[in-house]
Design a protein around this ligand. Structure first.
Ligand code: 13P
Ligand code: SF4
Length: 337
């Protein structure tokens, strides 16, 4: 690739501070593999006037060593709308990159691996949404951000797991209805309905990572780890959420750990979360059962470097679809939490 990527003394010195931060979760023998990539990515970012938006499920070397901004889907969307950089590299999955492009159409948005999809986004099409509207005329359609731009364009408002309760209450009030179509995550919809007075009509979509957790798994974890605090993502089935002490978005779980400092905690979500949070809270014990998201794991340091070197793959959204999807996203961003 025309660039010397050896673990030289200069690279070791330049990345020593970063390694000190992640040394609890990245073995020392792995650092010579990561460090030259990290140094080159950080140099190229400056050259290209690029920012890397890293989701909370990125591996620690991406999350802590090259990302300029990290967070849940909601925070990344807000940052995409705000950043002054010319280029956004989305260290996350495709729907997140599309959301960034819709919010910042004048910027170049790159996804390091176009195969980084999402089982929820793949579960529903724009035609499905149109059919749902025909079946339930007059009801508002509230769509999880984990969907394609085409699906967002058919929606009245978007939500993330971080704001779904506030958004469903807001849209029900605006439409003067007690029932909202909330798609495509059947579990998120049911978990949100349980926390509000709003009834939901949903879709048969699910996150392939969170649907694997079971209530028995949580009970077994508690039995094996007395005093354990259990935090779960609301994409988990409702019977799993019922066993947890708290359910919230990836950022919601991180905030809970920061505020409550549970001595022993398990995050019922994607595997990299515990690594990333453990770096910030070395005094807490993280129990580590987790499920990997194969889509998030497509994003590697090598893929990010290649993306910045070649300025690929650029994410584009049809301007008419983009304008319609933006209305639904902007409505979501305007809801006060
Ligand atoms: P958050 O919005 O909580 O970060 O979730 C995104 C996601 O893909 C969870 O599986
Ligand atoms: Fe989609 Fe689930 Fe992966 Fe999140 S964790 S990107 S919801 S498949």
């Amino acid at each position: 690739m025309g660039v010397e990527l050896a673990y030289t003394d200069a690279v070791a010195r330049a990345t020593a501070g970063l390694y000190a931060k992640v040394s609890k979760v990245i073995p020392e023998m792995e650092w010579p593999v990561h460090a030259p990539l990290i140094a080159e990515i950080n140099r190229l970012k400056r050259e290209r006037n690029a920012v890397i938006l890293g989701h909370n499920y990125m591996t620690p070397e991406i999350f802590h060593c090259v990302s300029d901004f990290v967070g849940d889907s909601l925070a990344l969307a807000r940052e995409a709308a705000r950043t002054d950089a010319a280029v956004i590299v989305q260290a996350g999955v495709h729907f997140m990159a599309e959301t960034s492009k819709i919010l910042s159409p004048q910027k170049t948005v790159l996804i390091p691996d176009t195969r980084a999809g999402c089982s929820l986004a793949a579960s529903i099409t724009a035609a499905d949404v149109r059919l749902m509207r025909q079946k339930h005329p007059g009801l508002p359609v509230m769509t999880y951000v984990n969907t394609s731009a085409d699906v967002k364009a058919e929606s009245d408002i978007c939500c993330t797991s971080g704001n779904a309760v506030a958004v469903v209450e807001s849209i029900a009030k605006t439409f003067g209805t007690d029932t909202v179509i909330m798609i495509p995550d059947q579990y998120l919809a049911r978990n949100v309905a349980a926390k509000t007075g709003v009834k939901v009509i949903t879709w048969a979509g699910a996150c392939e990572v969170h649907e694997k957790f079971t209530p028995q798994e949580i009970r077994d974890l508690r039995a094996a780890n007395p005093g354990l605090t259990v935090l779960a993502h609301p994409e988990c089935p409702p019977d799993v959420v019922a066993e947890a002490d708290f359910a919230g978005s990836t950022a919601g779980m991180i905030n809970y750990v920061g505020q409550h400092r549970p001595a022993k905690v398990v995050l019922i979500t994607e595997c990299s979360m515990s690594d990333n949070v453990a770096v910030e809270y070395p005094d807490l014990e993280f129990v580590r059962p987790c499920n990997l998201c194969p889509h998030m794991k497509r994003i590697t340091l090598k893929a990010i470097l290649h993306s910045l070197q070649t300025m690929t793959t650029e994410v584009t959204v049809d301007p008419i679809i983009s304008a319609r999807a933006k209305i639904a996203i902007d409505r979501m961003l305007a809801v006060k939490l």
